[in-house]
Design a protein around this ligand. Structure first.
Ligand code: BG6
Length: 500
């Protein structure tokens, strides 16, 4: 494990939810496992007034409530936290931030002024902050690196994503920009690459000659919770599909990178995303299903409909479900459907990829011989399941489906970093391999833009009851092709208990 160079970590949006729930816990765990720099300062920045001490108290309390902590490590970690209130919309006010960074640099005796800026703010500040940092020379790398982590959503549509990119590039160079997609930080998503390219028994089959179709599911049981205000302006296409699910699709579909480094990896990711078959009018009407959840009793509890959620408009037409049949127009994948779905208030939380292989050309052991299937479970119960046919014991030669499973939990060495731990650590080390590059982000927006335009169509939205697997139209998407979605449980292997 490479220990990052001494540095300051500046978190904009320091009093926000992401900072409390993800960033500070990730930094604490990195600290407790000796993976942060020898000397480092964390500076929280936002408009709210806190002293260093009151900010420390607040974060300590939330760490104690949310995480398993070790008292000594927690106390010494907390001492690295500092706070600076500024008006983040006012360029002039960043002078106070510059001064504070000078002071911290003296206090911690940094030899160079390495600084990681994390933008955990509302997107409206994504261009303002880089511009204001630059106005005070805080983008200047002559005495230490300056890096910028930008949270999603990176843009609102193709046009605004391009504008944002241009605006950030005016002040920061591409090598300084880290667009975070936390799905790329997940161990099991990275494993897609290792699994594919380190096993001679799978890679030769990984193409249109042997694969019939692929399912990618990103299901959530939770609704929009407290985030109705944000979500209503976003929807499932922007919130999950444009970024997380297309990144997973890229990992499943990409060619092997020449090397494992940021350039080679991201060249291949961008290439495969650029090969997505553009969605035309026919696709939008026939191969896309948008849905919105409606109130229903689920396992004895009434769950309210999306329109009743706080912060959501009463007549909202925002989609909380998207199902799509996508194609990748390249040599490897031409003609293989990728059925991709994501939604809130589905029966359970599960993200997985299912590879369905073609049946054998000579069905000598029965026409209904089991299909060969590989389930790559991204979360929860992370693991892999392979299904294949075996002779049913007894008379005759009938094939029967059997399964082989691997569960990450069974590894002795299971100290997996969470997505934010991995990505923060990589950014501190200057490794952008798992961050989205500008061309990939643009390719994703390019692909979803027709969906965003189509969303306006009044016929584009179907209802589904909370706790079901989305609108029935989504089932028809596969039924028309003589197929069906897999209905996964929270456990990878089938068990008696299933959420449905
Ligand atoms: C976030 C979305 O990016 O990802 C949320 O904004 C969603 O709406 C979350 O719930 C899902 O992430 P995970 O890691 O829980 O699958």
């Amino acid at each position: 494990m490479v220990i990052p160079e001494n540095s300051s970590i500046v978190i904009f949006g320091a009093s926000g939810d992401l900072t409390y729930r993800k960033l500070i816990p990730a930094l604490y765990h990195l600290y407790a496992s000796n993976q942060l720099p020898k000397s480092f300062a964390i500076l929280g920045v936002s408009r709210t007034e806190y002293s260093d001490q009151s900010y420390r108290d607040k974060l300590k309390q939330s760490l104690l409530e949310m995480e398993q902590t070790e008292p000594e490590a927690l106390d010494s970690f907390i001492q690295h936290l500092h706070y600076q209130a500024i008006n983040t919309s006012d360029v002039q006010d960043y002078a106070r931030l510059a001064t504070r960074l000078d002071q911290l640099s003296d206090q911690y005796q940094f030899e160079t002024r390495n600084t990681l800026f994390y933008l955990a703010t509302p997107p409206s500040l994504y261009s303002v902050i880089p511009e204001s940092l630059a106005a005070h020379g805080l983008n200047d790398e002559s005495n230490g690196w300056k890096r910028l982590i930008v949270e999603k959503p990176f843009g609102y549509d193709l046009e605004s994503a391009k504008e944002l990119d241009e605006s950030i590039h005016t002040h920061f160079q591409e090598h300084q920009i880290y667009r975070i997609d936390h799905y790329l930080g997940k161990e099991t998503v990275q494993n897609l690459l290792v699994f594919r390219f380190s096993n001679a028994m799978f890679e030769p089959l990984w193409n249109r000659n042997y694969i019939e179709y692929i399912e990618i599911t990103g299901a959530e049981h939770l609704g929009v919770e407290e985030r109705g205000g944000y979500y209503d302006g976003s929807g499932a296409v922007r919130d999950m599909f444009q970024n997380h699910l297309l990144q997973v699709l890229a990992m499943v579909g990409m060619e092997p990178p020449a090397q494992i480094n940021a350039d080679s990896m991201r060249d291949e990711v961008a290439k495969v995303l650029q090969c997505l078959k553009p969605l035309d009018e026919h696709d939008l009407r026939n191969n896309l299903v948008l849905g919105q959840y409606t109130g229903s009793d689920v396992r004895g509890e009434f769950l309210q409909g999306y329109r009743e959620e706080p912060g959501v408009a009463e007549d909202s037409r925002t989609e909380t479900y998207v199902g799509l049949k996508a194609y990748i127009n390249n040599w490897r994948w031409n003609g293989v459907p990728f059925y991709v779905r994501t939604g809130k208030r589905l029966p359970t939380r599960v993200t997985e990829v299912v590879i369905h292989f073609k049946r054998t050309p000579h069905p000598v052991f029965g026409l209904d011989a089991p299909e060969n299937k590989l389930i790559i479970r991204i979360q929860p119960d992370e693991g892999i399941q392979m299904s294949f046919g075996l002779k049913e014991p007894g008379a005759g030669f009938k094939a029967k489906e059997v399964k082989m499973n691997f569960h990450y939990a069974s590894l002795e060495e299971t100290q997996m970093l969470t997505a934010y731990e991995r990505l923060l650590h990589d950014a501190l080390n200057g490794d952008a391999t798992l961050f989205a590059r500008t061309d990939a982000v643009e390719a994703c927006w390019q692909y979803v833009q027709p969906i965003l335009d189509f969303k306006q169509d009044p016929q584009a939205l179907f209802g589904y009851a909370c706790g079901t697997w989305g609108p029935k139209e989504s089932d028809q998407l596969l039924e028309r092709d003589g197929r069906a979605w897999r209905f996964p449980c929270k456990n990878l292997t089938d068990t008696d208990y299933c959420e449905l």
